[in-house]
Design a binder for this molecule. Structure first.
Ligand code: PM9
Length: 454
């Protein structure tokens, strides 16, 4: 089936000539975050805040209530959240990392671990900034890109339980499951796995939270891959997923279908909710706007209703699968099966002559921009960074290049163009050089570091 929408507005894009692309990249110190977006032809840097809003959402922008306190748009958002997620309490925040900052400052004591499948980089940074220790416990198959698994984002339950018993539950601040699991390829987590984690959490009296940036895509995978869910609606599946958690953080810039926004949800713990409300004021803002304009909350309330439409999700994930299929048939190694929001090229396999500390994923990102004006992002050792104590470069278990597909933005012609560009690079891959860092900040370095070609 084609997309369940038609296009009412377009935005021109332009491919600048190859010699100009080379110069722009040099000026950007080989960090694609430093490029101007107008110098990018197809932008697959992220699916975060880059989606196209619907006519209904744009109409909502005009209806936003900009009251400082008690805005109508806040109450609209609250009632949609209750209906979809089933949690009693929610506060809006400016984006996902705002949610992490507020909630983690209340829940993490210095030295405590936060255990999950695999924390996203801003999540990891916020855990560390609060003196905590992020620990990843994803199933082993997630690290093998050529092993096909239905739920490669699942938590390794045995490892999780061992971690708790070996360290003692008091050493664990809480458990956090990222759905879908971005850092291993947008891979889903099954309902059975979330339920098992819940069981473990209850056994040791620990709280379980979801990092729910891509909750609807995860629900779509459950519907299509997990026994017993084929006849359930996406909303029913979402409700069940969230019923197993004590709360959630959410970057609404993904499945919220908005350009800015985020949420903290709390199932029923009124005391924690009151603490969150108090902590919100000096950081994000008064709890009924939380760093958002009334119009942003209105657009988000409408986006959350649209994202649980199964025909939308079929087209969305279908497009990601389409690109994955094109790459596989061109002999390009990718994380299999493809995830919900992106195709992850296995740059370690694609460029085996480049060692991890010369960042094969970044080398491939550079080459893709030079070849075709396409911007993608490295998810590997460059993103992972250094050991906090020794300062040595960490080795990521996977060296990936993420081709992240914005929602409702590009057509399959754009996907074909990207696949052909990577097929062309494959012909000359032996001559591609790695990169080294010349300047870097201590935290989240990949956004602003400067690099040079080896
Ligand atoms: N994810 C992404 O591109 C945007 C930042 S990096 C270019 O994948 C999860 C699972 C995320 C995420 C952001 C955040 C933070 C939390 N959890 O960007 O602060 O994928 O809204 O969300 C990005 P915010």
């Amino acid at each position: 089936m084609p997309e369940p929408y038609k296009i009412k507005m377009v935005e021109p894009i332009r491919l600048i000539p190859p010699d100009e692309r080379r110069r722009k990249l040099f000026d950007a110190h080989y960090n694609l975050f430093a490029l101007r977006a107008e110098d990018v032809f197809i932008d697959l840097l992220t699916d975060s805040g880059t989606g196209a809003m619907s006519d209904c959402q744009w109409a909502g922008i005009m209806c936003g209530d900009e009251a400082y306190a008690g805005s109508r748009s806040y109450y609209n958002l609250e009632s949609v959240c209750r209906e979809i997620f089933g949690h009693r309490y929610m506060v809006p925040v400016h984006q996902g990392r705002g949610a992490e900052n507020v909630l983690f400052s209340l829940l993490i004591k210095p030295g405590q671990m936060v255990v999950g499948n695999m924390h996203f980089d801003t999540t990891k940074a916020h855990i560390e900034l609060k003196g905590g220790l992020p620990v990843n416990c994803v199933v082993r198959d997630a690290y093998n890109t050529s092993v096909s698994g239905l739920f490669k984002g699942n938590v390794d339950i045995d490892r999780l339980e061992r971690l708790i018993t070996e360290n003692g539950p008091e050493k664990i601040a809480f458990i956090l499951i990222t759905v879908t699991c971005n850092s291993v390829g947008g891979q889903p987590v099954s309902m059975a796995n979330i339920r098992e984690v819940r069981r473990v959490a209850e056994k040791y009296n620990l709280r379980l939270f979801l990092d729910a940036a891509r909750f609807a895509e995860n629900a779509y995978f459950i519907k299509n891959r997990e026994e017993g869910y084929g006849d359930k609606s996406i909303t029913e599946i979402v409700r069940e997923m969230f019923s197993l958690a004590d709360g959630f953080t959410m970057s609404a810039k993904k499945d919220g279908l908005v350009n800015i926004g985020g949420l903290i949800g709390i199932k029923e713990d009124r005391e924690l909710y009151n603490q969150v409300r108090a902590a919100m004021v000096p950081i994000e803002g008064f709890p009924t706007y939380g760093g958002l304009a009334g119009r942003d909350m209105e657009a988000l309330a409408r986006g959350l209703r649209e994202v649980v439409d199964e025909s939308y999700l079929r087209a969305r994930i279908g497009q990601v699968e389409y690109l994955g299929g094109r790459l596989l048939s061109a002999g390009i190694p990718i994380q299999q099966p493809v995830g919900g929001h992106a195709v992850f090229v296995d740059a370690g396999k694609f460029l085996p002559h480049i060692p991890y500390d010369q960042f094969p994923g970044q080398a491939l990102a550079i080459e893709l921009y030079l070849e075709a004006g396409v911007r993608a992002v490295e998810i590997g050792s460059f993103l992972l960074g250094r050991d906090l104590v020794s300062g040595t470069q960490l080795k990521s278990p996977l060296e990936l290049l993420r081709l992240t597909i914005p929602r409702r933005v590009y057509t399959n012609n754009h996907m074909d163009y990207v696949a052909e560009a990577l097929a062309n690079i494959r012909q000359r891959r032996d001559g591609i050089r790695g990169v080294r860092i010349t300047e870097e900040p201590k935290v989240l370095r990949h956004f602003t570091a400067k690099l040079e070609l080896v």
